[in-house]
Design a protein around this ligand. Structure first.
Ligand SMILES: Nc1ncnc2c1ncn2[C@@H]1O[C@H](COP(=O)(O)OP(=O)(O)OP(=O)(O)O)[C@@H](O)[C@H]1O
Ligand SMILES: [Mg+2]
Length: 378
């Protein structure tokens, strides 16, 4: 099948958002976020990497409720490294939506903004026109930020701004960025914000440490795995659409191996969808997982060289336990011949390297494919 704007060639989408047809569940979360926006509450969306934050924001922005009631803007600030780049990213998104014709955009922006200039550039590969932003005074991006926010504030309509990978602002050299943004945001009555990012200490601290500007300024939503009860019919229906049968046991097997972690399940199913198999049982599923992890073996063996022998052994044991609850218990340390005294320190080092994560006192390997491979191999 040829891929079009609204129809992917494979129903197990791995990046970008096509339509609600290819998006599973998230009904409660969608309702909760829309309710927050409606009632002027800013919201912070946190989850493990690749659980579905960006997809959820796109899903919400594509909903009738958002389209009919709000002007929605989305920026991913992961590639930005200072306030100037942040301002340019936001300017590009806002200015880019002023009109559908690029020439009109330039004209309108010239009237609206004194310090922000859009320039037309042409993509070197596709030749397509694109907007680039230059700031009148590159050394004072805060002036342009103020201009952008006052433009939004005087709009008749209500506005939603989603800032993805928000923790990135903590890496900017301008240490006052948090305070600067907060001071603008708190005065705007028609603009709501969704901040999204991965659930590590950076973003969490920003909103929960009392001495930080964003302390308690928004409600927190921790995005969990899609429940199996929703994912099961979604998967089976999509496979059926291609004349394939996947057994409930196979879906359950996949879900349990990866603890419902969205991207890993979607990736495996994307691969299975293109295979010639007519029926997928746990056996075929396992074969597919063996194949995927085998392809990545060199990468996984590379991790071994980056870790100390103790870290590597502990990583294996966390993978095997599929959730390690009591790392210092004698039964655990004896089983894997680990020195009790160093377990907590080693776990901390692995968490810092984002090789494992901790949730409610239980430790898991972050990369679910690596985790599967470690269970298989060791
Ligand atoms: N509700 C859903 N139904 C089906 N697929 C989904 C759903 N949500 C996310 N996905 C898929 O899961 C993968 C991860 O989603 P997404 O990129 O939104 O996660 P993320 O939390 O933003 O990740 P990151 O932390 O890396 O930015 C993508 O392949 C996406 O297409
Ligand atoms: Mg994302």
């Amino acid at each position: 099948m040829k891929s079009t704007k609204n129809q992917p060639s494979n129903p197990f989408v791995l990046s970008g958002y096509f339509s609600s047809k290819y998006f599973c569940d998230r009904e409660k979360e969608t309702a909760r976020i829309l309710d927050a926006i409606q009632n002027h509450r800013n919201l912070t969306l946190l989850s493990l990497r690749r659980m579905g934050k960006t997809g959820l924001i796109e899903h919400i922005f594509n909903s009738g409720e958002a389209k009919n009631n709000y002007d929605c803007f989305y920026i991913d600030i992961y590639p930005t490294s200072n306030l100037g780049e942040f301002v340019k990213s936001l300017s590009k998104e806002i200015i880019g939506k002023l009109d559908s014709k690029i020439e009109n955009i330039i004209k309108k922006a010239a009237v609206l903004f004194k310090s922000i200039h859009p320039i037309i550039s042409f993509d070197s590969v596709t030749g397509k026109p694109e907007i680039e932003i230059s700031l009148r005074n590159e050394s004072r991006p805060e002036t342009s930020l103020e201009e952008l926010f006052s433009y939004l504030q005087q709009k008749e309509s209500r506005v939603v701004i989603a800032i993805d990978e928000f923790q990135q602002i903590t890496h900017y050299p301008e240490k006052n960025t948090e305070a600067l943004l907060r001071s603008h945001i708190q005065h705007m009555t028609n603009v709501e914000f969704i901040y999204a990012g991965s659930q590590n200490h950076l973003l969490r601290n920003m909103f929960t440490a009392y001495n930080r500007p964003f302390y308690q300024s928004s409600e927190l939503l921790f995005l969990q795995a899609i429940p199996l009860i929703s994912y099961m019919p979604f998967v089976r229906k999509k496979m059926k659409g291609a004349g394939k049968e996947i057994t409930p046991e196979a879906v359950e097997y996949l879900y349990n191996e990866f603890l419902g972690h969205t991207w890993y399940m979607q990736y495996t199913l994307n691969r299975l969808y293109t295979s010639s198999l007519a029926v997928i049982t746990p056996l075929e599923l396992k074969q597919q997982l063996d194949e995927i992890t085998k392809e990545n073996e060199t990468l996984y063996l590379g991790y071994r060289n980056l870790l100390t022998p103790t870290q590597w052994t502990l990583l294996q044991s966390v993978a095997k336990e599929k959730g390690l609850k009591e790392p210092t218990s004698q039964s655990f340390t004896q089983k894997y011949a680990l020195a009790t005294g160093s377990v907590l320190r080693t776990l901390k080092a692995l968490v810092e390297k984002e090789m494992i994560y901790e949730e409610n006192g239980t430790y898991f390997v972050y990369n679910q494919f690596l985790s599967y491979w470690l269970r298989l191999r060791y």
